[in-house]
Design a protein around this ligand. Structure first.
Ligand code: MSP
Length: 573
């Protein structure tokens, strides 16, 4: 079992800046954000890193086409990623750009270390290069695809170069060992998840490991873009190798400039708890990177998690189909004012509220390709899930409970009766609450989030069974007020606890609920990124220090999520 008090370092891939962000980038980053928020909720000291990978050759090409220098083009697009992640309410701790001096200096030191130890050497390379993906393919793979790019279908280039190589082959046995240890959950091992992906990597490992090229020759007229091989200005560090180094360069204080001076000592975060990415780049993360770390004498990431892909309305997203779900589309959802909200606002004489980004986060977090299979982003499904889980789920349940407390108890939290034997909701939580830690340790975010929703469903069932609205009709009869108070206290306390589990996916809306109910566990109730005052086991203790207090005021506030109809005008059109 991983140490539950250890610092928790989580990363996303660093994204190429030759293009604007789309749903795929937002998905991985949202998943990592949900995990980071869970970890913080569980009381862990979290460091969450994302960023951009800027030294790719295609950045130079695209920049040229657009009349920019590579740095200008990288600046423009890196800013788009920062904006996109703000829109998605991503609470990262650092955004690494590989064109930053701090990264370049540190990555260069790692490469030098590997050259000095003989793990990187100069040799001849003849191979099939895929310029669109910036990678070399093995002879077998090149042949299989008729010497065309398996991704874009463009012709591969046969290249012979003097190249630097990393002795990947030397680490084969130790990699096997580390992966086996990871499977067994042993300290120091590296675990590949989900299992289907692990099996693929193991299958490929069985074919044996070859040394991998880690440089490309500097050519006449090349833009000065990328890190030079230490001591050899005729070669540049291959972008992939340099990019992987970002995970270490962000938290390391052994290579100059030390993080101790620059960003504050972050060395306690190494090794990473989890690198998150999609299956396309698993090999680099599960094989090449751990071997590089072994060569450098560093500890390995505990988990490498490779999810599957998002597809759009049932079809793979591609440039040629032009069906990428761009960030603008996700933004349009966040600005969507649904019909029912427009009408309600008109009736109440207030400004209508857009749905905000939380429903998009929810869809990504709960319907996304977290496991081995691809998942679809389809408008009809978005509306269905939004209505079922959010409008009719947590939204409706919180409103129901808030409204009844307002109506029957003047908005004051009633007393839970000490003599009442009804502990159905408390009991549910006692039984289920213990599952959160274990699920999180397995990176089972779906279960963590789902538990919150299940608890809400339980409250709905409890309301239907206990019928507080009928009780209210006889409120002046003997003992009824007390019983009703007990029931509504239970409901409110259960919704409060459920909202803690829903927070990682719905940070803005749950912070809003906590403000209305005056029960925010955040340092600054207005800021969902301000951190928790206590950890989940204390916050979610039924009737504990953080529970709703009888006598405290709660405001019912506008509904958190208004129902949408699949037929109304929408951003997916
Ligand atoms: N720059 C490299 C990564 C270097 S990490 C040391 C790179 N960048 S990328 O911009 O192409 O991003 C790839 C990642 O974006 C995927 O691994 C995944 O995290 C995310 N996604 C891109 N398209 C995706 C989908 N269609 N669905 C889900 N995630 C996807 O590779």
């Amino acid at each position: 079992m991983p140490d539950e008090k250890k610092p928790y370092y989580i990363t996303t891939p660093i994204y190429y800046v030759n293009d604007r962000p789309h749903i795929g980038h937002c998905y991985t980053t949202t998943v990592a954000d949900v995990a980071a928020r869970f970890a913080r909720l569980l009381g862990r000291d979290v460091f969450f890193l994302t960023g951009t990978d800027e030294h790719a050759e295609k950045v130079v090409t695209t920049a040229r086409e657009r009349g920019h220098s590579p740095q200008e083009w990288a600046d423009i697009n890196a800013a788009e990623f920062v904006k996109a992640f703000d829109l998605m309410s991503i609470d990262y701790d650092d955004f690494m750009r590989t064109s930053q001096e701090r990264h370049k200096a540190r990555a260069s030191a790692y490469i030098k270390q590997l050259m000095d130890s003989g793990d990187i050497y100069l040799g001849d390379y003849k191979g099939w290069y895929d310029p669109s993906q910036e990678e070399y393919l093995t002879e077998t793979v090149a042949k299989e695809h008729d010497f065309k790019s398996p991704v874009t279908g463009k012709p591969l280039e046969e290249r012979v170069e003097k190249n630097y190589f990393f002795r990947l082959s030397k680490y084969e046995a130790r990699l096997h060992e580390a992966l086996a240890k990871g499977d067994a959950g042993e300290e120091g091992g590296c675990r590949i998840l989900p299992d289907a992906r692990r099996n693929e990597v193991l299958g490929r490992l069985k074919q044996g490991l070859h040394d991998v090229p880690v440089s490309r020759a500097v050519k006449e007229g090349d833009a000065d873009w990328g890190i030079l091989m230490p001591g050899d200005p005729t070669h540049r560090v291959y972008v992939w190798i340099e990019a992987l180094c970002n995970y270490l360069s962000a938290v390391d204080n052994t290579a100059a400039p030390s993080t101790v001076d620059a960003e504050g000592d972050r060395s306690r975060y190494w090794p990473p708890a989890v690198h998150v990415m999609a299956k396309d780049i698993l090999w680099f993360h599960a094989v090449v990177w751990p071997a590089m770390l072994m060569a450098m004498g560093r500890e390995l990431p505990a988990v490498v998690y490779a999810h599957a892909y998002f597809v759009a309305e049932g079809r793979k997203m591609s440039k040629s189909l032009g069906n990428f779900i761009e960030i603008d589309r996700l933004e349009a959802y966040s600005e969507w004012v649904v019909e029912s909200e427009r009408k309600q606002a008109e009736k109440e004489g207030r400004e209508a509220r857009p749905m905000g980004i939380d429903p998009v986060r929810w869809y990504l977090a709960t319907q996304g390709p977290l496991g081995a299979n691809d998942a679809d982003f389809a408008h009809a499904k978005f509306v269905e899930v939004y209505n079922a889980d959010l409008a009719n789920g947590i939204g409706n349940c919180a409103s129901r409970v808030g409204n009844m407390i307002e109506k029957y108890f003047g908005g004051v939290v009633p007393e839970a009766s000490a003599t009442n034997q009804d502990t159905q909701l408390e009991g549910w939580w006692q039984a289920a609450g213990g599952r959160v830690q274990g699920a999180f340790a397995q990176f089972n975010l779906e279960l963590c989030t789902h538990l919150g929703l299940l608890f809400v469903n339980e409250v709905d069932g409890y309301i239907n069974d206990t019928r507080p609205f009928s009780m209210a009709k006889q409120i002046d009869e003997d003992g009824v007020r007390e019983r009703l108070g007990h029931v509504l206290y239970n409901c409110a306390e259960a919704v409060r606890i459920a909202s803690l589990l829903l927070f990682p996916a719905l940070p803005n809306k749950m912070a809003e609920l906590w403000r209305a109910w005056d029960c925010s566990p955040l340092h600054d109730p207005a800021d969902p990124n301000s951190g928790f005052k206590a950890s989940l086991d204390e916050l979610a203790a039924w009737g504990g220090a953080w529970s709703l207090k009888p006598g405290q005021k709660i405001t019912k506030g506008p509904a958190l999520f208004m129902r949408a109809s699949v037929d109304e005008a929408h951003p997916g059109a």
